[in-house]
Design a protein around this ligand. Structure first.
Ligand code: PEP
Length: 254
């Protein structure tokens, strides 16, 4: 598939996989995906598996991501993990503002913005998530909600930092529900996100930023979703937990 921007497909393992299970999964992915050069491949294990998975992916085309990090560099923040700690394991990407953290940990756009800035300061690439709930979509508020999340979560980033940021459009109603956005619905919001980036930053930045779609991506829908002009990859939850499904999602886009 010819794309304007290189696809980036990331697996968000969430709170799944012991270290032994994580090793099984990453070893299988290495075997299946070794020849793939067309797509940037990222896996985001839980913190407890980062060390072991990191050793496995060192000599591979798979890059490591984390699922969250603190906006602080260190100190008395019980239970938190800093960007510097992630760097110790050669982590390159970090998911920020996932809807589950916005919902269950009450993360705000302002906090996500601080985390994004801290990630860039440590040379980590943030994957900043935005997306509306079903009620918001049905009330015709998708653009209002996503626009507000973008302006709030990206506040303070300069143009260079924005270009190195990945966005993930994840409609909340499509996450873990088996009900994906149609390719047309995804494209419509991705195009809106790109227009918003042009307004906040500039047209060059907007053209360069990669925007992933997330929400029930599977082997059967990845090609059609990724073939949309402004869909530059995927953030995959459930289907990233098995070697077969995650590698087929990636291979089907090539
Ligand atoms: C996610 O949590 O980022 C996600 C997209 O989950 P799923 O693929 O399971 O819908």
């Amino acid at each position: 598939m010819q794309k304007e921007r290189k696809l980036v497909i990331a697996g968000n393992w969430k709170m799944n996989k012991t270290v032994a299970e994580a090793l099984d999964l990453v070893q299988g992915l290495k075997r299946e995906l070794a020849p793939v050069k067309e797509v940037d491949i990222v896996v985001c294990p839980p913190f407890t598996a980062l060390g072991e998975v990191s050793k496995q992916v060192l000599d591979s085309n798979i890059r490591l991501g984390a699922q969250n990090m603190s906006e602080q560099n260190g100190g008395a923040y019980t239970g938190e993990i800093s960007a510097g700690m992630l760097k110790e394991f050669s982590v390159r990407y970090v998911i920020l503002g996932h809807s589950e953290r916005r919902q269950f940990q009450a993360e705000s756009d302002a906090l996500v913005a601080k985390k994004a800035l801290a990630a860039h300061t440590a040379a980590l690439k943030p994957i900043v998530c935005v997306g509306e709930t079903l009620a918001e979509r049905e009330a015709g508020q998708t653009e209002e909600v996503v626009g507000r999340q973008l302006r709030g979560s990206l506040a303070g980033l300069n143009k260079e930092q924005m270009q190195e940021t990945i966005l993930a459009y994840e409609p909340v109603w499509a996450i873990g529900t088996g009900r994906n956005a149609t390719p047309e619905q995804a494209q419509e919001v991705h195009a809106f996100i790109r227009r918003t980036l042009a307004a906040i930053f500039d047209g060059t930045v907007a053209k360069r930023v990669r925007i992933q779609y997330g929400g029930s991506v599977k082997p059967g829908n990845s090609r059609e979703l990724m073939s949309q002009a402004d869909v530059d990859g995927a953030l995959v939850g459930g289907a990233s937990l098995e070697v077969r499904s995650f590698s087929d999602i990636i291979k089907n886009t090539i």
